[in-house]
Design a protein around this ligand. Structure first.
Ligand code: MRU
Length: 379
Protein backbone atom coordinates (compact mmCIF):
# COMPACT_ATOMS: atom_id res chain seq x y z
CA UNK A 1 0.00 0.00 0.00
CA UNK A 2 1.04 3.59 -0.38
CA UNK A 3 2.80 5.75 2.20
CA UNK A 4 3.07 9.39 1.12
CA UNK A 5 2.36 8.17 -2.41
CA UNK A 6 5.08 5.47 -2.46
CA UNK A 7 4.32 1.74 -2.44
CA UNK A 8 5.54 -0.25 0.57
CA UNK A 9 5.14 -3.71 1.90
CA UNK A 10 5.59 -4.24 5.65
CA UNK A 11 8.67 -6.48 5.28
CA UNK A 12 11.23 -7.09 2.53
CA UNK A 13 14.75 -8.32 1.89
CA UNK A 14 17.04 -5.31 1.50
CA UNK A 15 17.73 -4.98 -2.23
CA UNK A 16 21.28 -5.85 -3.29
CA UNK A 17 22.15 -7.08 0.19
CA UNK A 18 20.61 -10.50 0.81
CA UNK A 19 21.67 -10.61 4.48
CA UNK A 20 19.37 -7.92 5.89
CA UNK A 21 15.61 -7.85 6.21
CA UNK A 22 13.86 -4.49 6.54
CA UNK A 23 10.63 -3.86 8.43
CA UNK A 24 8.43 -0.89 9.22
CA UNK A 25 8.81 -0.38 12.98
CA UNK A 26 5.15 -0.05 13.93
CA UNK A 27 5.90 1.28 17.42
CA UNK A 28 6.73 4.67 15.88
CA UNK A 29 3.48 5.03 13.92
CA UNK A 30 1.47 7.15 13.31
CA UNK A 31 3.85 9.99 14.13
CA UNK A 32 7.07 8.72 12.55
CA UNK A 33 7.74 6.32 9.67
CA UNK A 34 10.76 4.28 10.71
CA UNK A 35 12.40 1.46 8.77
CA UNK A 36 14.42 -0.98 10.87
CA UNK A 37 17.16 -3.35 9.72
CA UNK A 38 17.14 -6.92 11.03
CA UNK A 39 20.09 -9.21 10.40
CA UNK A 40 19.84 -12.02 12.98
CA UNK A 41 17.13 -14.40 14.09
CA UNK A 42 17.48 -13.05 17.65
CA UNK A 43 16.72 -9.54 16.39
CA UNK A 44 13.71 -10.87 14.50
CA UNK A 45 12.44 -12.71 17.58
CA UNK A 46 12.74 -9.49 19.62
CA UNK A 47 10.98 -7.49 16.88
CA UNK A 48 8.05 -9.92 17.04
CA UNK A 49 7.77 -10.15 20.83
CA UNK A 50 8.21 -6.40 21.35
CA UNK A 51 5.73 -5.73 18.53
CA UNK A 52 7.86 -3.74 16.10
CA UNK A 53 5.98 -6.07 13.75
CA UNK A 54 2.56 -7.48 14.67
CA UNK A 55 -0.63 -8.86 13.19
CA UNK A 56 -1.14 -12.49 12.19
CA UNK A 57 0.06 -12.42 8.57
CA UNK A 58 3.04 -10.19 9.24
CA UNK A 59 4.08 -12.28 12.25
CA UNK A 60 4.08 -15.30 9.90
CA UNK A 61 6.10 -13.49 7.23
CA UNK A 62 8.55 -12.21 9.86
CA UNK A 63 9.02 -15.75 11.17
CA UNK A 64 9.65 -16.91 7.60
CA UNK A 65 12.37 -14.30 7.11
CA UNK A 66 13.70 -15.00 10.62
CA UNK A 67 14.22 -18.63 9.64
CA UNK A 68 16.06 -17.49 6.51
CA UNK A 69 18.42 -15.35 8.62
CA UNK A 70 18.97 -18.33 10.92
CA UNK A 71 19.71 -20.66 7.98
CA UNK A 72 22.11 -18.11 6.52
CA UNK A 73 24.08 -17.86 9.76
CA UNK A 74 24.03 -21.59 10.46
CA UNK A 75 24.71 -23.09 7.03
CA UNK A 76 27.24 -20.49 5.85
CA UNK A 77 29.91 -21.86 8.16
CA UNK A 78 28.59 -24.49 10.57
CA UNK A 79 29.81 -28.02 10.93
CA UNK A 80 26.85 -30.10 9.85
CA UNK A 81 26.89 -32.00 13.17
CA UNK A 82 25.48 -28.98 15.06
CA UNK A 83 23.56 -27.31 12.25
CA UNK A 84 20.28 -29.17 12.68
CA UNK A 85 20.24 -28.56 16.42
CA UNK A 86 20.93 -24.86 15.92
CA UNK A 87 18.15 -24.57 13.35
CA UNK A 88 15.75 -26.28 15.78
CA UNK A 89 16.81 -23.77 18.46
CA UNK A 90 16.11 -20.87 16.12
CA UNK A 91 12.68 -22.33 15.31
CA UNK A 92 11.89 -22.71 19.02
CA UNK A 93 13.03 -19.15 19.72
CA UNK A 94 10.73 -17.73 17.04
CA UNK A 95 7.80 -19.89 18.11
CA UNK A 96 8.14 -18.73 21.72
CA UNK A 97 7.68 -15.05 20.87
CA UNK A 98 3.86 -14.80 20.71
CA UNK A 99 1.39 -17.62 21.35
CA UNK A 100 -1.93 -16.68 19.77
CA UNK A 101 -1.37 -16.03 16.06
CA UNK A 102 -1.13 -19.45 14.42
CA UNK A 103 0.66 -18.00 11.38
CA UNK A 104 3.84 -17.93 13.45
CA UNK A 105 4.17 -21.70 14.02
CA UNK A 106 2.75 -22.36 10.55
CA UNK A 107 5.53 -20.34 8.89
CA UNK A 108 8.30 -21.79 11.07
CA UNK A 109 7.17 -25.38 10.42
CA UNK A 110 6.88 -24.68 6.71
CA UNK A 111 10.45 -23.39 6.70
CA UNK A 112 11.74 -26.40 8.68
CA UNK A 113 10.12 -28.84 6.24
CA UNK A 114 11.41 -26.89 3.21
CA UNK A 115 14.99 -26.49 4.50
CA UNK A 116 15.15 -30.22 5.31
CA UNK A 117 14.71 -30.92 1.61
CA UNK A 118 18.01 -29.18 0.72
CA UNK A 119 20.86 -31.66 0.31
CA UNK A 120 23.74 -29.14 0.69
CA UNK A 121 24.27 -26.12 2.92
CA UNK A 122 24.03 -23.87 -0.12
CA UNK A 123 20.78 -25.45 -1.20
CA UNK A 124 19.34 -25.08 2.30
CA UNK A 125 20.09 -21.35 2.35
CA UNK A 126 18.62 -20.82 -1.05
CA UNK A 127 15.46 -22.82 -0.20
CA UNK A 128 15.03 -20.81 3.02
CA UNK A 129 15.25 -17.57 1.05
CA UNK A 130 12.76 -18.75 -1.59
CA UNK A 131 10.35 -20.03 1.05
CA UNK A 132 10.43 -16.78 3.04
CA UNK A 133 9.73 -14.79 -0.12
CA UNK A 134 6.92 -17.20 -1.04
CA UNK A 135 5.27 -16.93 2.38
CA UNK A 136 5.29 -13.14 2.03
CA UNK A 137 4.04 -13.16 -1.58
CA UNK A 138 1.28 -15.64 -0.79
CA UNK A 139 0.15 -13.52 2.16
CA UNK A 140 -0.12 -10.41 -0.03
CA UNK A 141 -1.94 -12.34 -2.78
CA UNK A 142 -4.38 -13.93 -0.30
CA UNK A 143 -5.24 -10.54 1.18
CA UNK A 144 -5.79 -9.09 -2.27
CA UNK A 145 -8.16 -11.95 -3.08
CA UNK A 146 -10.00 -11.39 0.23
CA UNK A 147 -10.63 -7.83 -0.96
CA UNK A 148 -12.20 -9.11 -4.16
CA UNK A 149 -14.42 -11.61 -2.36
CA UNK A 150 -15.51 -9.12 0.31
CA UNK A 151 -16.30 -6.30 -2.12
CA UNK A 152 -19.78 -7.62 -3.13
CA UNK A 153 -20.85 -7.58 0.54
CA UNK A 154 -20.19 -3.85 0.72
CA UNK A 155 -21.58 -3.23 -2.77
CA UNK A 156 -24.88 -4.93 -1.86
CA UNK A 157 -25.30 -2.74 1.20
CA UNK A 158 -24.39 0.39 -0.77
CA UNK A 159 -27.27 -0.27 -3.20
CA UNK A 160 -29.82 0.23 -0.44
CA UNK A 161 -28.05 3.24 1.07
CA UNK A 162 -28.65 5.73 -1.67
CA UNK A 163 -26.58 8.86 -1.07
CA UNK A 164 -25.13 7.62 2.23
CA UNK A 165 -21.87 5.78 2.87
CA UNK A 166 -21.70 2.19 4.01
CA UNK A 167 -20.57 2.25 7.64
CA UNK A 168 -18.15 -0.54 8.50
CA UNK A 169 -16.91 -1.06 12.05
CA UNK A 170 -13.53 -2.71 12.60
CA UNK A 171 -11.51 -3.62 15.66
CA UNK A 172 -7.75 -3.43 16.20
CA UNK A 173 -5.61 -3.43 13.06
CA UNK A 174 -6.23 -6.10 10.49
CA UNK A 175 -5.04 -3.75 7.78
CA UNK A 176 -2.01 -3.95 5.53
CA UNK A 177 0.25 -3.25 8.50
CA UNK A 178 -0.90 -6.55 10.04
CA UNK A 179 0.00 -8.46 6.86
CA UNK A 180 2.49 -8.08 4.05
CA UNK A 181 0.11 -5.94 1.99
CA UNK A 182 -3.62 -5.09 1.57
CA UNK A 183 -4.76 -6.41 4.98
CA UNK A 184 -7.59 -8.83 5.72
CA UNK A 185 -10.47 -6.86 7.30
CA UNK A 186 -9.51 -3.72 5.40
CA UNK A 187 -9.04 -5.38 2.00
CA UNK A 188 -12.78 -5.32 1.12
CA UNK A 189 -12.90 -1.72 2.39
CA UNK A 190 -10.01 -0.64 0.15
CA UNK A 191 -11.55 -2.55 -2.77
CA UNK A 192 -14.90 -0.80 -2.24
CA UNK A 193 -13.28 2.63 -1.90
CA UNK A 194 -11.21 2.03 -5.05
CA UNK A 195 -14.40 0.95 -6.89
CA UNK A 196 -15.98 4.31 -6.09
CA UNK A 197 -18.36 3.05 -3.38
CA UNK A 198 -18.84 5.53 -0.54
CA UNK A 199 -17.58 3.83 2.60
CA UNK A 200 -16.89 5.12 6.09
CA UNK A 201 -15.06 3.16 8.79
CA UNK A 202 -15.66 3.28 12.55
CA UNK A 203 -12.22 2.53 13.97
CA UNK A 204 -12.20 1.02 17.47
CA UNK A 205 -9.35 2.63 19.38
CA UNK A 206 -8.36 -0.84 20.75
CA UNK A 207 -6.78 -0.36 24.13
CA UNK A 208 -4.36 -1.10 25.59
CA UNK A 209 -1.92 -0.67 22.67
CA UNK A 210 -4.33 1.37 20.53
CA UNK A 211 -3.65 -0.41 17.25
CA UNK A 212 -6.92 0.99 15.89
CA UNK A 213 -6.27 4.64 16.78
CA UNK A 214 -2.59 4.48 15.84
CA UNK A 215 -2.39 2.06 12.91
CA UNK A 216 -5.79 1.49 11.29
CA UNK A 217 -6.61 5.21 11.33
CA UNK A 218 -3.19 6.02 9.85
CA UNK A 219 -3.38 3.53 7.02
CA UNK A 220 -6.99 4.40 6.13
CA UNK A 221 -5.92 8.05 6.06
CA UNK A 222 -2.96 7.27 3.78
CA UNK A 223 -5.41 5.60 1.37
CA UNK A 224 -7.96 8.43 1.64
CA UNK A 225 -10.72 6.29 3.20
CA UNK A 226 -13.10 8.34 5.41
CA UNK A 227 -12.99 7.09 8.99
CA UNK A 228 -13.71 8.05 12.60
CA UNK A 229 -11.85 6.77 15.66
CA UNK A 230 -14.12 5.73 18.51
CA UNK A 231 -13.42 4.72 22.09
CA UNK A 232 -13.62 0.97 22.51
CA UNK A 233 -17.01 0.85 24.16
CA UNK A 234 -18.84 2.98 21.58
CA UNK A 235 -19.71 0.26 19.05
CA UNK A 236 -22.85 -1.02 20.80
CA UNK A 237 -24.30 2.49 21.01
CA UNK A 238 -23.71 3.08 17.29
CA UNK A 239 -25.22 -0.28 16.39
CA UNK A 240 -28.40 0.49 18.36
CA UNK A 241 -28.81 3.68 16.31
CA UNK A 242 -28.40 2.10 12.87
CA UNK A 243 -25.00 3.72 12.44
CA UNK A 244 -23.17 0.49 11.61
CA UNK A 245 -24.06 -1.57 8.50
CA UNK A 246 -21.42 -4.23 8.78
CA UNK A 247 -18.63 -5.37 11.11
CA UNK A 248 -15.45 -6.83 9.63
CA UNK A 249 -12.58 -7.94 11.85
CA UNK A 250 -9.45 -9.99 11.36
CA UNK A 251 -8.35 -13.02 13.34
CA UNK A 252 -5.14 -14.37 14.80
CA UNK A 253 -6.36 -17.97 14.85
CA UNK A 254 -9.62 -19.54 13.72
CA UNK A 255 -10.47 -23.16 14.47
CA UNK A 256 -11.66 -25.58 11.77
CA UNK A 257 -15.11 -25.19 13.37
CA UNK A 258 -15.13 -21.39 12.95
CA UNK A 259 -14.34 -20.14 16.47
CA UNK A 260 -12.40 -16.89 16.09
CA UNK A 261 -9.58 -15.58 18.28
CA UNK A 262 -8.98 -11.89 17.74
CA UNK A 263 -7.84 -8.82 19.67
CA UNK A 264 -9.43 -8.45 23.10
CA UNK A 265 -12.87 -6.82 22.82
CA UNK A 266 -13.88 -8.50 19.57
CA UNK A 267 -16.32 -10.86 21.35
CA UNK A 268 -18.25 -7.91 22.82
CA UNK A 269 -18.62 -6.40 19.34
CA UNK A 270 -19.92 -9.71 18.03
CA UNK A 271 -22.50 -9.88 20.84
CA UNK A 272 -23.66 -6.34 20.15
CA UNK A 273 -23.82 -7.05 16.41
CA UNK A 274 -25.97 -10.15 16.99
CA UNK A 275 -28.31 -8.24 19.30
CA UNK A 276 -28.76 -5.58 16.62
CA UNK A 277 -28.95 -7.98 13.62
CA UNK A 278 -25.82 -6.51 12.06
CA UNK A 279 -23.69 -8.88 9.94
CA UNK A 280 -20.39 -9.75 11.64
CA UNK A 281 -17.74 -11.02 9.21
CA UNK A 282 -14.20 -12.21 9.86
CA UNK A 283 -11.62 -11.89 7.07
CA UNK A 284 -8.65 -14.25 7.02
CA UNK A 285 -6.09 -15.89 4.80
CA UNK A 286 -6.10 -19.68 5.19
CA UNK A 287 -2.75 -19.46 7.02
CA UNK A 288 -4.78 -18.22 10.03
CA UNK A 289 -6.85 -21.42 10.30
CA UNK A 290 -5.74 -23.86 12.95
CA UNK A 291 -6.76 -27.11 11.29
CA UNK A 292 -6.02 -29.12 14.45
CA UNK A 293 -8.36 -27.24 16.78
CA UNK A 294 -12.11 -27.62 17.14
CA UNK A 295 -12.91 -25.79 20.38
CA UNK A 296 -11.59 -22.23 20.36
CA UNK A 297 -12.53 -21.37 23.93
CA UNK A 298 -10.78 -24.37 25.39
CA UNK A 299 -7.85 -24.76 23.04
CA UNK A 300 -6.63 -21.40 21.70
CA UNK A 301 -3.75 -20.03 23.81
CA UNK A 302 -4.46 -16.45 24.87
CA UNK A 303 -1.43 -14.21 25.20
CA UNK A 304 -1.08 -12.27 28.45
CA UNK A 305 1.21 -9.26 28.19
CA UNK A 306 2.73 -6.89 30.74
CA UNK A 307 0.46 -4.81 32.97
CA UNK A 308 2.34 -1.62 31.99
CA UNK A 309 0.53 -1.67 28.62
CA UNK A 310 -2.76 -1.17 30.50
CA UNK A 311 -1.52 1.30 33.09
CA UNK A 312 0.36 3.58 30.70
CA UNK A 313 -0.50 5.31 27.43
CA UNK A 314 1.94 6.86 25.00
CA UNK A 315 1.86 9.52 22.31
CA UNK A 316 3.03 13.00 21.44
CA UNK A 317 3.02 15.73 24.06
CA UNK A 318 1.14 18.77 22.77
CA UNK A 319 2.18 22.21 23.98
CA UNK A 320 -0.10 25.12 24.94
CA UNK A 321 0.39 26.45 21.40
CA UNK A 322 -1.20 23.26 20.03
CA UNK A 323 2.09 22.07 18.53
CA UNK A 324 3.00 18.41 18.88
CA UNK A 325 6.31 17.87 20.61
CA UNK A 326 8.28 14.89 21.82
CA UNK A 327 6.99 11.38 22.34
CA UNK A 328 6.16 10.48 25.94
CA UNK A 329 4.60 7.78 28.08
CA UNK A 330 2.13 8.73 30.77
CA UNK A 331 0.90 6.77 33.76
CA UNK A 332 -2.91 6.60 33.78
CA UNK A 333 -3.61 4.37 36.77
CA UNK A 334 -2.63 4.43 40.44
CA UNK A 335 0.93 3.08 40.40
CA UNK A 336 0.12 0.52 43.08
CA UNK A 337 -2.99 -0.95 41.35
CA UNK A 338 -2.46 -4.28 39.64
CA UNK A 339 -3.63 -4.58 36.01
CA UNK A 340 -4.39 -7.60 33.83
CA UNK A 341 -3.63 -7.62 30.12
CA UNK A 342 -5.31 -10.40 28.15
CA UNK A 343 -4.38 -9.82 24.51
CA UNK A 344 -7.15 -11.76 22.75
CA UNK A 345 -10.61 -13.23 23.18
CA UNK A 346 -12.54 -15.93 21.39
CA UNK A 347 -15.77 -15.24 19.51
CA UNK A 348 -17.74 -18.46 19.19
CA UNK A 349 -18.64 -19.47 15.64
CA UNK A 350 -22.38 -19.03 16.36
CA UNK A 351 -21.87 -15.24 16.50
CA UNK A 352 -19.97 -15.05 13.19
CA UNK A 353 -22.11 -14.38 10.10
CA UNK A 354 -19.39 -15.56 7.73
CA UNK A 355 -15.72 -15.83 6.90
CA UNK A 356 -14.06 -14.03 4.00
CA UNK A 357 -11.09 -16.06 2.74
CA UNK A 358 -8.85 -15.99 -0.33
CA UNK A 359 -11.05 -18.71 -1.86
CA UNK A 360 -14.34 -16.94 -1.18
CA UNK A 361 -16.97 -16.62 1.54
CA UNK A 362 -18.20 -19.41 3.76
CA UNK A 363 -20.22 -19.90 6.92
CA UNK A 364 -18.30 -20.25 10.17
CA UNK A 365 -18.79 -23.99 10.51
CA UNK A 366 -16.62 -26.98 9.77
CA UNK A 367 -18.65 -28.23 6.83
CA UNK A 368 -18.57 -24.90 4.97
CA UNK A 369 -14.92 -24.21 5.81
CA UNK A 370 -13.79 -27.65 4.65
CA UNK A 371 -15.90 -27.32 1.49
CA UNK A 372 -13.66 -24.35 0.56
CA UNK A 373 -10.48 -26.10 1.74
CA UNK A 374 -11.08 -29.79 0.94
CA UNK A 375 -7.37 -30.59 1.38
CA UNK A 376 -8.01 -30.20 5.13
CA UNK A 377 -10.91 -32.66 5.30
CA UNK A 378 -10.43 -35.33 7.94
CA UNK A 379 -10.13 -38.68 6.19
O1 MRU B 1 -1.47 -8.00 19.18
P1 MRU B 1 -1.51 -7.77 17.71
O2 MRU B 1 -1.52 -6.34 17.31
O3 MRU B 1 -0.48 -8.60 16.97
O4 MRU B 1 -2.91 -8.39 17.36
C1 MRU B 1 -3.27 -8.73 16.12
C2 MRU B 1 -4.31 -7.85 15.65
O5 MRU B 1 -4.04 -6.77 15.21
C3 MRU B 1 -5.69 -8.25 15.67
O6 MRU B 1 -6.06 -9.20 16.56
C4 MRU B 1 -6.15 -8.44 14.25
O7 MRU B 1 -7.46 -8.09 14.21
C5 MRU B 1 -5.93 -9.81 13.71
S1 MRU B 1 -4.37 -10.02 13.06
C6 MRU B 1 -4.67 -9.76 11.41
Amino acid sequence: MNVHGRHYRTIWLRPGDGRTVEIIDQRALPHRFVIEKISTVAQMAAAISEMHVRGAGLIGASAGWGMYLAALAIFSNARSRTADARLAEAAALLKSTRPTAVNLAWAVDRQLAAIARGSTSRAKISIARETAALIADEDAAACRAIGGHGLPLIRRISRRKVGAPVNVLTHCNAGWLAFVDHGSATAPIYAAHDAGIAVHVWVDETRPRSQGAKLTAWELGQHGVPHTIIADNTGGHLMQRDMVDLVITGTDRTTRTGDVANKIGTYLKALAARDNRIPFYVALPSSSFDWKMRDGLREIPIEERGSEEVKFADGLLVGANGRAGRHAEVLIAPPESPAANYGFDVTPARLVTGLITERGLCRADEKSIVALFPEHAVR
